[in-house]
Design a protein around this ligand. Structure first.
Ligand SMILES: Cc1cc2nc3c(=O)[nH]c(=O)nc-3n(C[C@H](O)[C@H](O)[C@H](O)COP(=O)(O)OP(=O)(O)OC[C@H]3O[C@@H](n4cnc5c(N)ncnc54)[C@H](O)[C@@H]3O)c2cc1C
Length: 367
């Protein structure tokens, strides 16, 4: 990209959302710069490199609102083609998911969950514990009930993040690291670019805020123009089986957590949901709770090696529906944020939805 002309679009944030938007906007012929405050390869607390990678609209149907479910189902359907477009380098696994119950209370809750999904026209098959254990022999004998969600899969968010970065660069996007956006510049009521913490001004035709949990910061905007994004802290463990793959194949979800197999002997055990602002600490209680519930259901987890304990901040919004669209207050300002628990799932459609908005081909992403 030539440095002589200012970009059509400045994207704030190089998580999966910002990179996905930048890639798809560049593919439509726009000149795009991505501004990421972290130095290359590190972004403390960013959600994208921390996420578990479940692509699970059906399993999450009890958490979300109807528009989120519809968006999630579209995103899940788009994932195979999205993965193929990124050269199948994103660890996409069509592995399915088991929802598990231990005691009578959890089994009753699972029955209600199945009824809810049926009422929404979603498919979740009830399994006897013996059938669930035939699918996943590592499950503990005291399993009480299970639901098989055959269409909820998984991907590897770190590989996705790297693949999106490479695709964006290949499409001509300029990614500036160490570029901390202090504020969005306004020309009357129109966004005209941004100013970085070191005083550099970047002039741009349109500005996209894809700053994850930090999207709720003032960014120099008047109060009514801001969005209610808050950090929802998640602690998560990355484990490795020294004996290689084979302990588990499917994603397991249960009261208190989940396990996501990467298919290569590594397992993600997550995650806490904490309203603690930007507290970056891994706590003994958090790790204990995650391991207690997981080992209770899969005793073989006991033998695995802890490779990492990590914390990430989910960009939470009051109604759990991402904010994808033009600001009603500031012309030329577009929001791409609030993906909360589903940013990896929604990565398959977010880039195109927001790029369409930037190109003027669409007004809103979520009707
Ligand atoms: C523990 C955990 C587990 C999860 N599991 C799943 C899952 O299984 N499935 C799923 O679909 N989703 C999951 N998620 C959610 C998913 O990770 C997020 O929704 C998604 O990654 C959000 O991406 P983002 O690009 O908006 O934000 P981020 O990845 O947080 O990126 C935002 C970027 O903006 C940069 N930035 C912020 N402010 C500025 C500024 N002023 N100037 C310049 N740069 C700035 C930050 O440094 C950061 O790199 C999980 C999240 C967590 C924390």
């Amino acid at each position: 990209m030539s440095t002589h002309r200012s970009p059509d679009v400045a994207v704030i944030g190089a998580g999966v959302v910002g990179l996905g938007v930048a890639w798809r906007a560049a593919a439509r012929g726009m000149r795009v710069v991505v501004l990421e405050r972290a130095p290359e390869g590190q972004s403390p607390g960013a959600a994208s490199p921390v996420a578990a990678g479940m692509l699970a609209p059906v399993s999450e149907a009890d958490v979300g609102e109807r528009p989120l479910l519809e968006l999630g189902l579209r995103a899940a359907a788009a994932w195979p083609a999205f993965s193929a477009e990124l050269g199948d380098k994103v660890g996409y696994r069509a592995c399915g998911t088991l929802l598990l119950a231990r005691g009578a209370d959890e089994a009753a809750a699972l029955e209600r969950e199945q009824a809810l999904r049926e009422s929404l026209g979603l498919h979740a098959e009830r399994l006897l514990p013996s059938a669930a254990r035939r699918l996943e022999p590592a499950l503990a004998p005291h399993l009480r009930a299970a639901l098989h969600v055959a269409d909820d899969h998984a991907a590897d968010p770190r590989r996705l993040h790297a693949a999106l970065r490479a695709a964006a660069i290949e499409a001509g996007v300029e990614i500036r690291t160490g570029a901390d956006v202090e504020r969005i510049t306004l020309d009357g009521t129109r966004a005209s670019g941004v100013v970085l913490a070191d005083g550099t001004t970047v002039v741009a035709g349109q500005v996209v805020v894809a700053a994850g949990s930090w999207s709720g910061a003032a960014l120099g905007l008047p109060e009514p123009a801001r969005v209610p994004v808050r950090p929802v802290k998640g602690q998560l463990l990355r484990l490795r089986d020294p004996d290689g793959p084979g302990l588990l194949d499917r994603v397991l979800r249960f009261e208190g957590g989940y396990v996501v197999p990467r298919g290569d002997g590594r397992y993600i055990v997550g995650a806490t949901m904490e309203e603690r602002g930007f507290d970056p600490t891994v706590t003994a209680g958090g790790v204990y709770e995650l391991l207690r519930d997981t080992i209770d259901l899969v005793p073989g987890i006991d033998e695995l090696v802890i490779e990492e304990t990590v914390v990430g901040f989910r960009p939470g919004v009051p109604d759990n529906v991402p904010i994808l669209g033009r600001s009603p207050h500031v012309e030329g300002l577009v929001w791409a944020t609030g993906h909360h628990r589903n940013g990896i799932l929604l990565a398959s459609i977010t880039g195109d939805l927001v790029a369409d908005i930037l190109a003027g081909a669409r007004e809103e992403a979520v009707a």
